[in-house]
Design a protein around this ligand. Structure first.
Ligand code: SAH
Ligand code: DHB
Ligand code: MG
Length: 221
């Protein structure tokens, strides 16, 4: 399901709200060998605004790809801010590091290669400062586990954002055997039962089709 008008509206609004951006355009160009699954320009700008709204100083991303969303969020960081992005694929990470360096963000944004479950276990063991913003956008079946750890790595006031929750409505196809949609169903159930967070799910349309984000504001320990 798609609609040309969704694309046209994205083109209209980003045409007015996003000046020409050679760094992001080069990041997209240099990601041509990677899957075409980065967030859209409108969604990237939204993540940037969210990060700035909560004055995020420490950001965790799960799923780097070519660094497109990392650049949008990294640009929201103050001088002493830091973004750690977790990526399984060494080639994706290499492309991302190049794009991040060209964006002048290599002092703030670090890409860590490995299975995110392992990297998250290391982050927990390190007992570093909690994250203000977590963006979960990697393999969908592990998303419930990523979400649990994200809450553990947060503080009251932190915001957790999950991409690709609605999946063209597959979220509610309970008869299906799509493990990605199943992962997102378990996520929403888990969020509904977690008293430490205030949840919301919002459907989206645009150049990435029909999908949606889940949000969780961490409210208690
Ligand atoms: N956030 C990016 C898009 C991420 S696409 C953007 O919007 O620009 C999802 C990424 O998650 C891919 O690069 C994929 O290699 C990575 N990934 C998949 N499984 C993973 C895992 N188990 N651990 C870490 N990263 C994983
Ligand atoms: C897929 C992953 C994403 O993060 C996304 O935004 C779109 C698609 C995928 O794995 O197909
Ligand atoms: Mg995604």
């Amino acid at each position: 399901m798609n609609d040309d008008r969704w694309d046209a509206v994205d083109a209209y609004t980003t045409g007015l709200l996003q000046p020409a951006d050679p760094v992001l355009e080069a990041a997209i160009r240099d990601s041509a060998s990677l899957p075409n699954i980065a967030v859209s320009p409108a969604q990237g700008q939204f993540l940037n605004v969210l990060a700035r709204a909560i004055r995020a100083r420490r950001i965790l991303e799960i799923g780097t790809l070519g660094g497109y969303s990392a650049i949008w969020m990294g640009r929201a960081l103050p001088d002493d801010g830091r973004l750690i992005s977790l990526e399984l694929d060494e080639h994706h990470a290499e492309v991302a590091r190049g794009n991040i360096a060209r964006a002048g963000l290599d002092g703030k944004v670090e890409v860590r290669v490995g299975a995110a479950l392992d990297s998250l276990a290391t982050l927990r063991a390190d007992r570093g400062e909690p994250f203000d913003l977590v963006f979960i956008d990697a393999d969908k079946r592990n998303t419930p586990a990523y979400f649990s750890t994200a809450v553990e790595l947060s503080h009251p006031g932190s915001l957790i954002v999950v991409d690709n929750v609605v999946r063209q409505g597959k979220l509610i196809d309970t008869g299906g055997d799509d493990p990605d949609a199943e992962g997102m169903r378990r996520l929403v159930e888990q969020m509904g039962a977690d008293r430490r967070i205030a949840p919301a799910v919002i459907q989206t349309v645009g150049v990435k089709g029909w999908d949606g984000f889940a949000f969780a504001l961490v409210v208690g320990p």
